[in-house]
Write a protein that binds this ligand. Structure first.
Ligand SMILES: Nc1ncnc2c1ncn2[C@@H]1O[C@H](COP(=O)(O)OP(=O)(O)OP(=O)(O)O)[C@@H](O)[C@H]1O
Length: 252
């Protein structure tokens, strides 16, 4: 089964061209897909359509064959800025997603401990408020909350963009680890070429309202951050992506 778009068009009122122009694609279950593209190419719009947060002008999104018309717990969404409730503790923020699933109190407490452990946070963090945590820790809590909803599909809109370089690499490792162990589908938006190369099995390049390129990542896993450039195929792939994103033209 899969998440699919069928001739998906989004044309925002007052704009000359459609942002998404008849996009048809298939995201198979368990795959890790990265969406890249220049600013304004429609990455967030496409992700929001997959989530059911944005309504298409025409065409449709289907999730396992069922037309997507609204957000659904099957599809968890993570944003660039964490959207934690500042007045709630970390535990209560995660609990929010568990209550929605109507789990009994005892099971919820145990699940919060498990989720914190899964994203590499110490149990003591549960009592803290988001404002007491670093950006990296807040994003870990955000991911724990998305996971608490047990989504089949994780839709991630530049979730690590606001983090410092080292924390970002650690979060990529965490995500790869979770994806490998939990076997969920991930669709991940980024601007960052190395992030796309480390994470994605397929990399879709958005340009001119469509998917200009669909690249199957030839790099074997693991793809360690400190030796990424040494992996066979890295330079070629990086060159291709630079070219596809028009970065080489911008530099000359
Ligand atoms: N609600 C809206 N109303 C009108 N235009 C919009 C709306 N949302 C997005 N757009 C326009 O659609 C285009 C695509 O935006 P989108 O945010 O999807 O691109 P993006 O590739 O995610 O960009 P970025 O990398 O800068 O986040 C932009 O030109 C943007 O101004």
């Amino acid at each position: 089964m899969a998440l699919e778009t069928h001739d998906l068009v989004v044309h925002y009122p007052g704009t000359q061209h459609p942002t998404l122009d008849r996009i048809s694609m298939t995201i198979p279950d368990g795959s890790f897909t990265v969406l890249v593209g220049a600013s304004g190419s429609g990455k967030s719009t496409l992700l929001h359509c997959l989530a059911g947060l944005t309504t298409a002008t025409s065409g449709q999104v289907t999730d396992n064959g069922r037309v997507v018309t609204a957000p659904d717990p099957r599809r968890g969404v993570a944003f660039q800025r964490d959207v934690l409730f500042p007045w709630l503790s970390v535990a209560d923020n995660i609990d929010f997603a568990l209550v929605a699933r109507k789990l009994p109190a005892k099971a919820r407490r145990a699940r919060i401990d498990e989720l914190l452990d899964l994203v590499g946070l110490a149990p003591g963090v549960a009592r803290q408020r988001p404002s007491e945590l670093s950006g990296g820790m807040r994003q870990r809590v955000s991911i724990a909350r998305v996971l608490a909803g047990e989504p089949e599909v994780m839709l991630m809109d530049e979730p690590f963009a606001a983090l410092d370089a080292l924390t970002r690499l650690r979060m990529q490792d965490l995500l790869i680890d979770l994806w490998t162990r939990l076997g969920r589908t991930v669709v991940f938006v980024t601007h960052d070429i190395d992030e796309a190369i480390r994470l994605g099995d397929t990399i879709k390049v958005l340009r001119g309202g469509g998917i200009a390129e669909h690249i199957v990542n030839p790099l074997d896993r693991p793809r360690p951050a400190d030796s990424l450039a040494d992996l066979p195929g890295y330079s070629e792939l990086r060159k291709t992506l630079h070219h596809q994103l028009g970065i080489d033209h911008a530099l000359h």
